[in-house]
Design a protein around this ligand. Structure first.
Ligand code: HSE
Length: 441
């Protein structure tokens, strides 16, 4: 008996779109044997087919008229790989209103408009799948929605931007400055010509918003997530952190507390023994802590054509098999079905901290610093004064680590320290993230 056939349109033929189309055509037989359905790529929709041509994709698939695709009853699944939030939103709405299922890798679109799009999908008997939006080829969305469904998720910590992780790895391993490491990443095709969205933490925050909504079953206000990128990170602190046994990572942090959710993107020091410490180069990983399972960790390539297409095609397969629609209809975790999360202000976030202040090399400076920290009830775990660095105009670095305190306390204390006579530049602070306790609450 011939396998059931499901018509598919890939909209947007860049690296991920081209790889998705290629995978669907090249691995059609493999997929048919696995899922029992013929995933029939019928259209590649775009205005420019140079990537499709380069990848040897059949010109008979090329289509510039989206309306023709939407009117074709054989098309059941449209894959939105246009990117951005304007045209992509318009296309996604049109596809959903046509009653067809959407598969997308577009994290910005989902973080900003996911709730609205899901409501439209529900209204039109459709569904949205978005495995590729977070962690590229890593099946983290499936883990949060499905594999871990028997757990209350207590926390997760993610390295979810390959560009940033590559740059930080170069800084840590080769002692390169941020600017040099970025230039090398751009040369190696691991950073965009305009890397702002990645290095500012914006891309990670889109992924954090999506994952948090599913993990905690709450509607997340993306605009309330505090975001700090790696673009202001100084190699000096990377080196001093390493001396203390820490390595720096750009972390997507999500913690459930009695008061609400702590969500943030920021560079953080983790111990060299932390499970996320060995995630290097362009790789991604997410550590998830479930109430019954304890710690689980998901690792893999977070970007790139075929790794991302792997997740996109897994979603196409689930949509074709009817799994996506059943989950979308039945489960209560989708943002359009859930209440707003209580997102805690950054000031309330509790952590240990690394602090570096550049001080005039004269008696009493260390005691002035510790007096201010004491004033804000911040307890010092370690303190050391380093030799003056070249070009520092006789200022010397004092490096302090603290016991747990709030971000609000540390900020206020550093503001007072900055106002002290003999402080030559704005003090630096970086959170130190311990490994989350399993079965913590
Ligand atoms: N720019 C992203 C990264 C690609 O570097 O991880 C996938 O979102």
């Amino acid at each position: 008996m011939a396998a059931e056939k499901v018509g598919i349109a890939v909209i947007g033929c860049g690296i991920v779109g081209g790889s998705t189309a290629k995978l669907l055509v090249r691995d059609n037989e493999l997929l048919k044997n696995k899922i029992g359905i013929d995933l029939n790529l019928k259209y590649i929709v775009d205005v420019n087919f140079s990537k499709a041509q380069k990848m040897g994709l059949d010109p008979a698939l090329y289509e510039t008229d989206l309306n023709k695709v939407l009117a074709d009853p054989e098309i059941e699944i449209c894959v939105e790989l246009v990117g951005g939030t304007t045209m992509a939103k318009d296309i996604t709405e049109k596809v959903l209103r046509a009653g067809k299922q959407v598969v997308t890798a577009n994290k910005a679109l989902l973080a900003l408009h996911g709730t609205e799009l899901m409501a439209i999908a529900r209204e039109h008997g459709s569904a949205i799948a978005f495995e590729a939006s977070c962690g590229g080829g890593i099946p983290i969305i499936r883990a949060l929605c499905d594999g871990l469904s028997a757990n209350r998720i207590d926390a997760f910590y993610g390295i979810v931007n390959g560009t940033c992780n590559y740059i930080l790895t170069e800084m840590i391993q080769k002692g390169q400055t941020y600017a040099d490491a970025l230039a090398e990443a751009q040369k190696d095709g691991l950073a965009e010509a305009d890397p702002t969205l990645d290095v500012s933490g914006g891309d990670s925050s889109h992924k954090l918003a999506i994952m948090s909504a599913l993990a905690f079953g709450k509607h997340i206000d993306y605009n309330k997530i505090p975001v700090q990128g790696i673009d202001t990170l100084d190699l000096t602190d990377v080196k001093y952190g390493a001396e203390l046994g820490y390595i720096v990572k750009l972390l997507a942090i999500a913690q459930r507390t009695d008061k609400g959710l702590n969500l943030r993107i920021s560079p953080a020091f983790i111990s060299k023994e932390h499970p996320l410490a060995w995630v290097s180069g362009p790789f991604n990983a997410v550590s998830v802590y479930g109430s019954n399972v304890g710690h689980t960790m998901y690792y893999g390539r977070g970007a790139g054509g075929f790794p991302t297409a792997s997740a996109v095609v897994a979603d196409i397969a689930s949509a074709a098999m009817g799994i996506t629609k059943i989950q979308f209809d039945k489960m209560g975790i989708w943002p359009d079905k859930t209440e707003a999360a209580l997102q805690l202000p950054l000031e309330d976030y509790e952590s240990k901290y690394y602090v570096r202040a550049m001080v005039k090399d004269e008696p009493g400076m260390l005691s002035k610093l510790s007096a201010i920290l004491a004033e804000y009830n911040i307890s010092i775990a370690s303190a050391l004064q380093k030799e003056p660095t070249a070009g520092s105009n006789s200022a010397v670095p004092i490096v302090i680590t603290t016991y747990s305190t709030t971000e609000g306390n540390i900020r206020q204390a550093l503001k007072s320290i900055e106002e002290l006579e003999g402080i030559s530049e704005k003090p630096v602070y970086i959170g130190i993230v311990d490994e989350h306790e399993e079965f913590s609450s």
